[in-house]
Write a protein that binds this ligand. Structure first.
Ligand code: ZN
Length: 306
């Protein structure tokens, strides 16, 4: 049979478990047996979709059953990642982040990792602004969070430190656009490795809540959140603001037209439901250091209130 090619529009929202189930059904209906390979070409959303589809072709049931750590039991179909945006680290991470009916959480397991990847800086050359900046900052934030928490180690530090240095070259240095594209692509890969062996922190926990409830995309959600986290990452936030200024990037002043109290509570619930991130960022006694009220206060600040 012919290859099955699908263009997936990820402008409006991040990948969902239902979308993965639908794609898997389409692949199954296309031809008997399993495909030779699943190839994801695009940004982090596309790569996560490809990883999830490859896994769900060999694991029974629905994708939402596998949101969590090591719930995937069978190796997936061979899968290849071809990033056209640099920063997410999805090309190397062991997770496929999906929004499900109950939570935003990845299918995190050893078989999630791509069998092959193609890192070609020519493919990221035309990335539009401010998308390129937001996605690049995802990498910067991965490094800051990976390096500063309790789970950091010599391996994650080695990759995180180098990736941070490359991000500084790209967003604060005086190098050509071609050099910057090449370095950002390597930074993304190293940053992804760093967080895989350490963990992300406060920014990603809050960013998941924001994306789950108000559907902001990961890169911009991270930037909106990180800008309010000087209490947790003072040096990182100062440098991030410097990078924004240098690139003339202005964050949205509001999260949405109207954010209800219920929505604030839901966002905080999603964020608090990521204990491994909080423990990494704030230590084993993190429940004494952060709570719903404090989180809602931070979200209100992102929305230009108080
Ligand atoms: Zn991220």
């Amino acid at each position: 049979p012919q290859d099955l090619r699908r263009f997936v529009n990820v402008q409006a929202e991040e990948p969902t478990t239902a979308q993965v189930d639908a794609l898997v059904a389409e692949v199954r209906a296309h031809a008997p047996g399993l495909p030779v390979s699943v190839v994801g070409i695009g940004g982090g959303s596309l790569m996560d979709l490809a990883k999830a589809v490859a896994l769900m072709l060999t694991n029974p049931g629905q994708a939402q059953q596998y949101q969590g750590l090591n719930l995937i039991k069978q190796p997936g179909v061979h899968h290849i990642g071809v990033p056209t945006l640099a920063g997410t680290g999805a090309e190397v991470s062991m997770t496929a982040v999906l929004t499900g009916p109950e939570k935003k959480l990845g299918l995190k397991s050893d078989p999630t990792v791509f069998d092959q990847i193609v890192l070609d800086p020519d493919l990221v050359r035309d990335a539009p602004e401010p998308q390129r900046f937001y996605t690049g900052m995802d990498c910067y934030i991965h490094c800051v969070e990976s390096l500063t928490g309790t789970k950091h180690n010599a391996f994650s530090d080695a990759y995180g430190t180098k990736a941070l240095e490359l991000c500084r070259n790209v967003f604060l240095g005086d190098i050509s656009r071609d050099e910057a594209d090449e370095q950002l692509m390597v930074a993304s890969y190293f940053g992804g490795l760093s967080l895989t062996y350490s963990e992300v922190g406060v920014c990603h926990a809050l960013s998941y809540g924001l994306s789950y409830v108000l559907h902001h995309r990961h890169g911009v959600a991270n930037c909106i959140v990180f800008n309010q986290l000087e209490a947790y990452y003072p040096e990182g936030v100062a440098e991030f603001r410097h990078m924004m200024q240098r690139h003339g990037v202005q964050l949205p002043g509001r999260l949405a037209e109207n954010v209800t109290d219920d929505q604030y509570r839901s966002m905080a619930d999603v964020a608090l439901n990521l204990p491994f991130m909080w423990e990494h960022a704030l230590g084993p006694d993190w429940r004494q250091r952060i709570d719903e009220a404090r989180i809602i206060q931070l979200y209100r600040r992102m929305n230009g209130e108080a």
